[in-house]
Design a protein around this ligand. Sequence first.
Ligand code: FNR
Length: 376
Amino acid sequence: NEIYLQGLAEKTPPFTTDATRLEAVAAEAFAPGPFGYVAGGAGSGATMRANRDAFDRWRIVPRMLADATERTLDTTVLGTAMPAPVLLAPIGVQSIVHPDGELATARAAKALGVPIVLSTASSYALEEVAEAAGPRWFQLYWPNEPEVCASLLQRAKRAGYEVLVVTLDTWTLAWRPQDLDQAYLPFLRATGVANAFTDPAFLAGLAKSPADDQAMAVLRWVSLFTGQDKSWDRLPFLREHWDGPIVLKGIQHPDDARRAADAGMDGIVVSNHGGRQVDGAVGALEMLPEIASAVGSRMSVLFDSGVRTGADVLKALALGADAVLLGRPYVYGLGLGGEDGVRHVLRGLLADLDLTLGLCGRRSVSEVDSSLVRSA
Ligand code: FNR
């Protein structure tokens, strides 16, 4: 209906609705630094390509006369009700692509009821984003100082973040040639530290305020969040300081998924960080069926890395995911059109998902199972 009505009013969308062309459109519109930050991956980019290739190895088998005119995408994951099995992935320093950054993203997601997962490296303080946001989860980069970790968790809890997502795959930044070739670091200095610069435990470790010595404050931030891997026996610390569900993000091996379940975690995100960490790694979707069959009955299984279309979401659900996280596409939307741009990308994905679900002869997310797909 909307397409016809827009046609009558001679209105066109703010930018392409073709999710597969978004990156090319953003490449034209963004300055090289911000574009490199969002689009870049580890090393040669082999893992990013593997993420997309993995989707092409599965094909959907639609069913007919299934009475799918009335249908719903509603679902609930870890106690959070959502209008579709889609959340916005945590993406740091979004003000690199648009001054309103995470605030615009939060508003667009709220308008549609879609949950956000706010990054530790948000350009706006988590309390400020909470005021703009609807349903919200908090992503933790696990700081090397327990006091700072406890303080961030306490603030997130107080600000109404429902689920804690702990990212494990980025305990140090990978070899990312695009980043090294681009001069976006000045943006990072100014914007990537809002959560730390408003944190009492972080500020307590500084001799001078960030306003008086920004370089020192940024160095403290960097050393807090990189260079120290954690171990499985540290997970109880998180439990002690977070009384809601905990999800481990960046799981790629079924044995790690089993360990997460054994440790009493509530969920995992099967993810390779959008191909930004280990170059030459397996496509994230390739590991999903094995991981879902190992732990799917014990915990929530979420998925990201390479999701672009409604068909992609359905394939991930068919292979065992309870929901997916959308990464780069919404950040391209943010850079291209601010809050409206994020909403345009999200509405497109949800509409595509809804139509494809119906055309496959399914009326709800719960009717999607492995019979929907076959390997190509
Ligand atoms: C990320 N990702 C990420 N993950 C996280 O846990 N905390 C973060 O701050 C960030 N920051 C970030 C920045 C940028 C520019 C990108 C592209 C990605 C990873 C993100 O949450 C997600 O795993 C991937 O983006 C999913 O892959 P796609 O959808 O981008 O292919």
